[in-house]
Design a protein around this ligand. Structure first.
Ligand code: ZN
Length: 318
């Protein structure tokens, strides 16, 4: 009797020990897996948030640089206007080109070229911008970044096929990467140049520095980067009119229009900075009225950047 009870007790103990072992083993497997999964999830989430934050930071730096550059750029322009009008610009050179190349408009003398430039695309607004440009028979310049999805690739092609100028604005548009070193800058640039060539057959030789040539984000001496572009037969273009569409909060189409039109008189040739970005709907909205107003000014012509364009540069190669 007591022996039987002992046996039963022992069996129960063994059962209990077995259960405990199973629970321990399962816990040893499940707890680390769950913990790893949770950490992985949190890591990815934080990484995405950091990436978003980085993009927003880059946008902010770019906006600040663009606004600041325009202010500093305008100052000497005003001086030039108040002292002499003689040595202002490449007008004479342009007139020569005009007589030979622009035979389609022999009656009106062109005294001002306006360059519409769109940064940061392609985006969901590229097609809308191109539709408007087509409608008015206007060619513009797109300083694009590297995007590999089908819609973006179609957009690069449409830009080229439409006779617009395909310029470069860095592959990644990440300030922390492209301005980390000269090597990082040249790698990024090469990647974009080759990518665009593969997709469109155009070997782009026009560049717009993210934040402009006098940006405050670069850890590298900008002169080194300008020299690199020069060595590689690439010309960089800044701007002298800011449309104002880069600011974080939504800017109305009317403000964009006014920003552009009000400053048009100041420059012989106007390089208008606009953005081709999905959030910038007011840029698209402002465009028809802006083009109409520019076209209504006698002697003014909207043209794309080409090899004869004399660039506006906030900083020049020393
Ligand atoms: Zn940009």
């Amino acid at each position: 009797m007591t022996q039987e009870r002992e046996t039963v007790k022992r069996r129960r103990r063994i059962e209990r020990i077995k259960k405990t072992i199973i629970v321990v083993i399962l816990s040893a497997i499940i707890i680390p897996i769950t913990t790893t999964a949770i950490f992985a999830f949190l890591f990815l989430k934080t990484k995405n948030q950091l990436s978003d934050l980085q993009t927003r930071y880059d946008d902010l730096i770019e906006t600040m640089d663009q606004l600041r550059d325009t202010v500093t750029y305008e100052a000497p322009e005003q001086d030039v206007f108040s002292t002499s009008e003689v040595e202002v610009s490449p007008r004479d050179m342009d007139e020569e080109t005009e007589n030979t190349d622009m035979t389609d408009e022999p009656e009106t003398e062109i005294t001002k070229y306006v360059y519409l430039t769109f940064d940061d695309g392609p985006s969901s607004n590229t097609d809308k911008i191109l539709d408007i440009l087509d409608e008015y028979g206007v060619k513009a310049t797109f300083f694009v970044t590297g995007k590999t999805d089908d819609v973006s690739i179609a957009a690069y092609k449409r830009i080229v096929e439409g006779g617009h100028t395909l310029g470069m604005h860095s592959y990644s548009h990440k300030y922390s990467q492209i301005y980390a070193s000269k090597e990082a800058f040249s790698e990024d640039l090469k990647q974009l140049q080759e990518f665009l060539y593969e997709e469109t057959g155009v070997w782009s030789r026009y560049y717009r520095f993210p934040g402009g040539s006098s940006n405050t984000a670069s850890s590298v001496d900008m002169n080194e980067l300008m020299k690199y572009l020069d060595d590689n037969d690439i010309t960089y273009f800044d701007w002298n009119i800011v449309s104002g569409d880069a600011t974080g909060r939504a800017v109305s189409a009317e403000t964009i229009y006014n920003n552009c039109i009000s400053k048009l008189d100041k420059y012989d040739d106007a390089f208008i900075l606009m953005h081709d970005a999905s959030a910038k709907n007011s840029t698209v909205e402002a465009l028809p009225k802006l083009i109409e107003a520019i076209q209504a000014i006698e002697g003014t012509k909207i043209v794309p950047i080409d090899d004869d364009t004399v660039p506006v540069q906030h900083r020049t190669l020393q």
